[in-house]
Ligand binder design. Structure first.
Ligand SMILES: O=C(O)c1cc(=O)[nH]c(=O)n1[C@@H]1O[C@H](COP(=O)(O)O)[C@@H](O)[C@H]1O
Length: 275
């Protein structure tokens, strides 16, 4: 089954638009992991097992593993999700994109080495830099559009020429181009930050039912009601609302997994209230 179909099935089966981001920071792990040489894997695995029933996807962030030399833990973690929680898609957050020959290797890194179902990609090098991902119709390509960070406006809002002679912000042009020209296999999603409800509404108006990955609730302060009311599709879905630190580090005590599950469940309930 392809990524988009798996995601839609999981939205329904779990009645959830929540994604838990897996961003391990050993300095924030509970004390019980202090002497564990495989702490990154064990911490993330415990979080996955505790939160799985509340989520539509997991999103490991590759730099958080690679900076620790823990690529092997990332590989085992994704294998664990596939084996123990079959049906929950894994979005590898790597924000890849490069000249075609290199992008090809990024695609096999994400899909063959790590066995991710989808990967985040940066479109700002142009279509050829994302093409090897787009060509994998069975996998998802989650493309940055209007990111959640404070500096998102520095470049993404620059005015660019419209077909009608006017201008509009670059991110809107990117959204339109992806929806119209890049999504031939129907495997694209867009990243739009939860911190920008107005932009969420604008991008939704441009791209119809294309799903959004929406990071920025929780630690970055995005408002759940504003996200859902501005960005849901007509059927009350269309969103993968991702939270990392607010779930992972909900407690630094021995109850960390229980606290993470409670945080994921609460986020699911908040989202569902406004769908
Ligand atoms: O592509 C992403 O996942 C992403 C895009 C974006 O615009 N903003 C953003 O925060 N992210 C990622 O989403 C996660 C947010 O983490 P929290 O702020 O702890 O929920 C981090 O792993 C970021 O790298």
């Amino acid at each position: 089954m392809g990524f988009m179909q798996a995601l839609r099935q999981r939205w329904t089966a779990a009645d959830s638009l929540v994604c838990v981001g897996l961003d391990p920071e050993p300095s924030r792990f509970p004390a019980r992991f202090a002497d564990d040489p495989d702490a990154v894997f064990h911490f993330c695995r415990d979080i996955v097992d505790a939160t799985a029933e509340h989520v539509c996807a997991f999103k490991p962030q590759i730099a958080h593993f690679a900076a620790l030399g823990a690529e092997d833990a990332l590989q085992r973690l994704i294998a664990h999700i596939h084996e123990r929680h079959a049906g929950i898609p894994v979005i590898l957050d790597a924000k890849r994109g490069d000249i075609g020959s290199t992008a090809q290797h990024y695609a096999s890194e994400a899909f063959e080495r790590y066995r991710a179902d989808a990967v985040t990609a940066n479109p700002y090098l142009g279509r050829d830099s994302v093409q090897p991902f787009l060509d994998r119709g069975d996998r998802g390509v989650v493309i940055l559009c209007r990111t959640s960070n404070p500096g998102a406006s520095d470049l993404q809002d620059l005015p660019v020429a419209n077909d009608d002679g006017g201008t509009r912000p670059l991110y809107q042009r990117v959204a339109e181009m992806i929806a119209r020209d890049w999504n031939g296999h129907g495997n694209c999603m867009l990243v739009v930050g939860a911190t920008w409800p107005g932009q969420l509404r604008e991008v939704r108006a441009i791209v119809g039912d294309m799903p959004f990955l929406v990071p920025g609730v929780g630690a970055q302060g995005g408002d759940v009601q504003a996200v859902v009311s501005n960005a849901r599709t007509d059927d009350g879905s269309g969103l993968v609302v991702s939270s990392s630190r607010a779930v992972l580090y909900a407690s630094s005590g021995d109850d960390f997994a229980h606290a993470a599950a409670a945080a994921a469940r609460t986020l699911r309930e908040q989202i569902n209230r406004y769908r």
